[in-house]
Design a protein around this ligand. Structure first.
Ligand SMILES: [Zn+2]
Length: 82
């Protein structure tokens, strides 16, 4: 069996799952903080305010400005999810 045919390890699967979960819930996959804006730089999309790279592709349009209090509430709700 060559390396290309090796099955994906559970660790790699979990890492990919966690990454996708962060992306879909609007969090930075590197530091897991709430992304307030996605910034397009060349072909890559960066998370603001931390400037970690999120993915390659097109940034989502800037969301409506959310009140910091509301952001905190959203973050708390997400933390309570299993
Ligand atoms: Zn980050």
């Amino acid at each position: 069996m060559t390396e290309e045919q090796a099955p994906i390890s559970p660790e790699a699967t979990a890492a990919v799952k966690a990454y996708l979960e962060d992306i879909t819930t609007g969090k930075c996959p590197t530091c897991h903080q709430l992304v307030q804006e996605e910034k397009q730089v060349g072909r890559c999309v960066y998370a603001l305010p931390c400037w970690h790279r999120m993915y390659q592709g097109k940034a989502k349009p800037k969301p409506e400005k959310i009140h910091p209090y509301l952001l905190e509430q959203l973050e708390q709700e997400r933390r309570q999810e299993p």
